[in-house]
Design a protein around this ligand. Structure first.
Ligand SMILES: Nc1ncnc2c1ncn2[C@@H]1O[C@H](COP(=O)(O)OP(=O)(O)OP(=O)(O)O)[C@@H](O)[C@H]1O
Ligand SMILES: [Mg+2]
Length: 249
């Protein structure tokens, strides 16, 4: 165990955020808790935290290699990520390549319809108001972000979509949609925070269109952690799998 001095700053639904002895850095612990349906469904699934931390770390590293500024500093334990401390913007930035999930309930898209160009949607990260969808005017009127910030976030999100879609497609997975959170670093740059994992993305097998993500849990089916483990095995190199002893987590 790699020990870092810590003090709990925030306990979210799936992660704990700890202050460290460096004010510019926080430690994010990925827990085994899983929730869905606006908090209506809750469980604890052994190993899920570690798998999500491994997948997120890998995807953040891929993004960094492609010029995207992320929070990622280091995976210090298999379920604990050292990151830049960010002043989080309370937006869920959703990017969709294929019509699935709530989009089909709200709008007359066809199931699995390809979305060209990709849809970018902003939801308010606010449990009290049940994360309502926002538009630029509402975001600006609420003082959440400026038009410049939003333009910047859209550009970065499309870049992330391109990099991750290509990375995953080469490995036989379709990036159907995903949710991002951004924050400001100490120099007021907009930086990608939080996580990118099967909890926050829809990942489908490119041939069979089988889910490898939280939809398995939403639908009440078995095998959600096995599916996350498959994603770990797909995205990590064999050296990375050995380093983190993935078979024995
Ligand atoms: N680099 C960072 N610095 C500071 N806070 C961060 C950073 N990255 C993410 N966070 C915040 O840490 C918290 C992570 O908690 P978690 O995702 O478990 O729950 P939640 O966001 O409260 O709930 P949910 O995501 O399920 O709606 C979130 O509030 C997120 O915005
Ligand atoms: Mg969250």
């Amino acid at each position: 165990m790699n020990e870092i001095k810590r003090e709990l700053l925030y306990k979210g639904k799936a992660k704990d955020v700890y202050k460290t002895d460096n004010d510019d850095e926080v430690l994010i612990k990925f827990r085994d808790d899983i929730t869905a349906l606006d908090g209506g469904k809750k469980d604890t699934l052994s190993k899920k935290g570690a798998y999500n931390a491994l997948i997120s770390s890998k995807l953040f590293s891929v993004l960094e290699d492609n010029g995207v500024d992320t929070q990622f500093l280091n995976l210090v334990n298999v379920d604990e990520m050292l990151t830049k401390s960010l002043d989080m913007i309370p937006l869920e930035v959703i990017c969709r390549n294929i019509a699935a999930g709530s989009l089909l309930k709200k709008y007359p898209f066809e199931k699995n319809q390809e979305l060209v160009p990709p849809i970018i949607q902003f939801d308010y990260k606010n449990d009290e108001f049940h994360d309502p969808m926002l538009n630029d005017s509402i975001i600006i009127a609420l003082g959440i972000a400026t038009q410049d910030d939003l333009d910047n976030i859209r550009t970065i999100t499309l870049k992330i979509n391109e990099v991750l879609s290509n990375f995953l497609k080469e490995r036989g997975l379709l990036l159907v949609d995903f949710k991002l959170e951004f924050g400001f670093d100490k120099d007021s740059n907009i930086v990608l925070g939080d996580e990118i994992s099967p909890d926050t993305t829809r990942l489908w097998d490119a041939d069979t269109l089988d889910n490898f993500d939280k939809d398995i849990y939403r639908k009440g089916e078995d095998g959600v952690v096995d599916a996350y483990k498959k994603v770990v095995n797909i995205v990590l190199t064999s050296e990375e799998k050995d380093k983190w002893n993935v078979d024995n987590i």
